[in-house]
Design a protein around this ligand. Structure first.
Ligand SMILES: Cc1cc2nc3c(=O)[nH]c(=O)nc-3n(C[C@H](O)[C@H](O)[C@H](O)COP(=O)(O)OP(=O)(O)OC[C@H]3O[C@@H](n4cnc5c(N)ncnc54)[C@H](O)[C@@H]3O)c2cc1C
Length: 492
């Protein structure tokens, strides 16, 4: 075991890259070991038929989180990945022909929603103000710092949070709050949808998730010219510039633990030793496969997805960059996904066409369509079922007046996702937030069971999504540096 300032990061997702970069910047010797040929993890990219497709995230919010990361690395977000605002932020369409463009600017959101439900305009304004309060009251405890579970409430600095507990709405579901505030079922559905931003159900998740719509409307929907994957490339560049040694196509098989302390990551015949071992892999996979612990499969997984990547002929269907086609019966859809663990037949369809904002992403006359349909984690589809479901999604789009002439298509299923990233059941966001205790049950950065083992990424605190895993990596790096400062001061 080495006693110097060194770390091995297992997995080159965004959380792993950020941890590695920040530790290297703090003077650590860092190896990052990634099983796939490219880093980025769920933030991926493929190209076919002269089109470029982001295969994971399509929308970036809380840009200040990335801004802070690049500033700490001595560079600049806008120079590395020029973000552009996306306006409208999203185009919504319902089966009865109703359409709504929600604008980028926060001040215009309520007015736009009032065009489909005049009485809900003022209610949306009140709701967003309340959600902003909630975000500001909770962010330092639940997002930006190390989280000590229920002990957080005993810390004197968090006393104001205790006083606001009733306004945090832990005990009500997101849907119940929306149904009590808005008269139009369409407006309820629009706000309910934000539970899916971390793979949860609005009928189960606590209303505290109101912070998600506020974050999208308050901080805006952004896209980097050149594609979302340029963010992974820029973070990897910053990590390499700080001295991180990145080993791709190298799968870690186990973590060597000696006397209760993680001392090395083993990848075939290679042994990566370091003072700290950081896992950016799904927490339950790390425990079962790398630590060989007999742990039960995680319950309460977040949703996975069926992804269709399509090159299509350019046509005008009245679409925007981001588009949502809502199902007729949202509750039925989530019962299928979370209770029956089946694909929904009346499915909500999300379609991103980044070519609408960035002509570099598709050849002239073509469009690069990314379609995401929620799917339960853990389901296995035969090739026949996969094909049939992709066709069902396209047939469904036709009901909204969208009949693309498809040139080529690739389909990605939950089991494909599970294999690609070693993500349990192909879950996109680790554990769901379908319980008021979800934040308290999530794995913290420091392992309680194995010394010098740390967790970062979507299945660890503070959860999934690009800004949150960036925060996860930053918190881990800060905690590692602080733990060493403590150790070395005391051993002197
Ligand atoms: C379809 C889809 C849509 C999404 N949409 C959005 C969105 O619009 N906005 C948003 O903010 N977020 C979105 N997300 C979520 C976001 O992409 C993730 O939360 C985030 O990228 C996860 O980062 P992570 O740090 O958890 O690492 P991961 O991406 O989980 O990466 C883990 C890495 O570990 C590697 N690995 C696994 N096992 C091993 C091993 N044994 N040895 C070495 N390496 C290993 C994997 O190959 C992978 O590269 C989406 C995700 C998906 C899949």
């Amino acid at each position: 075991m080495r006693h110097d300032h060194s770390a091995v990061v297992i997995g080159g997702g965004i959380g792993g890259l950020v941890t590695a970069a920040r530790l290297a910047k703090a003077g650590y010797e860092v190896d990052l070991v990634e099983k796939n040929a490219d880093v980025g993890g769920k933030m991926g990219r493929v190209c076919f038929d002269d089109c470029t497709f982001d295969t994971g995230p399509s929308l970036i919010t809380m840009p200040f989180v990335l801004e802070e990361f690049f500033a700490l690395m001595g560079t600049d977000l806008q120079a590395e990945v020029p973000l552009q605002p996306i306006n409208p932020a999203c185009h919504y369409r319902w089966l009865d022909g109703t359409t709504l463009n929600v604008p980028f600017a926060l001040d215009d959101v309520a007015r736009a929603i009032a065009t489909i439900s005049p009485e809900d305009g003022p209610a949306v304004e009140r709701y967003l103000a309340d959600a902003e309060f909630l975000y500001n009251a909770t962010k330092d405890v639940f997002l930006f710092n190390r989280f000590d579970g229920f002990r957080e409430f005993l810390k004197p600095r968090n006393l104001p949070l205790l006083r606001t507990l009733p306004r945090l709405r832990f005990t009500s579901t997101l849907h119940k709050v929306h149904a009590s505030l808005f008269t139009s079922s369409k407006v309820v559905q629009l706000f309910d949808r934000f539970a899916t931003y971390n793979g949860s159900s609005p009928y189960l998740a606590p209303a505290t998730l109101m912070v998600i719509p506020w974050v999208e409307f308050g901080y805006g929907a952004w896209y980097p010219t050149g594609g979302i994957y340029t963010i992974a490339e820029a973070i990897a560049r910053a990590a390499a510039a700080a001295g991180v040694r990145i080993h791709t196509s190298t799968a870690v098989d186990s973590i060597d633990v000696v006397d209760g302390r993680a001392v090395a990551a083993i990848a075939g015949s290679q042994r990566f030793e370091a003072r700290h071992i950081v896992s950016n892999i799904d927490v339950s996979h790390t425990r079962r496969q790398l630590l060989k612990q007999a742990t039960a499969p995680a319950r309460d997984l977040s949703m996975s997805g069926v992804v269709l990547l399509l090159s299509v002929e350019q046509e005008d269907f009245g679409l925007a960059h981001h588009n949502v086609f809502f199902s007729e019966d949202y509750q039925r859809e989530f019962t299928a996904l979370f209770t029956e663990k089946q694909l929904a037949t009346d499915m909500t369809i999300y379609l991103s066409r980044s070519c609408a904002s960035d002509s570099s992403q598709a050849a002239p006359g073509r469009e690069n369509w990314f379609i995401l349909v929620n799917a339960p984690a853990g389901i296995e589809l035969t090739a026949e079922q996969e094909h049939a479901y992709a066709q069902a999604v396209l047939d469904r789009l036709a009901h909204y007046g969208v009949r693309p002439r498809v040139r080529q298509m690739q389909v990605r299923t939950p089991s494909f996702h599970a294999r690609l990233w070693n993500a349990e059941g192909g879950a996109i966001y680790g554990r769901s937030s379908n319980s008021m205790f979800a934040a308290f049950l999530r794995q913290q950065q420091r392992s309680a069971a194995v010394r010098n083992l740390w967790y970062v990424g979507g299945s660890a605190h503070p959860g999934g999504g690009v800004p949150l895993v960036t925060l996860s990596g930053s918190i881990a790096a800060r905690e590692i540096v602080a733990s060493d400062a403590h150790t070395f001061v005391h051993s002197r």
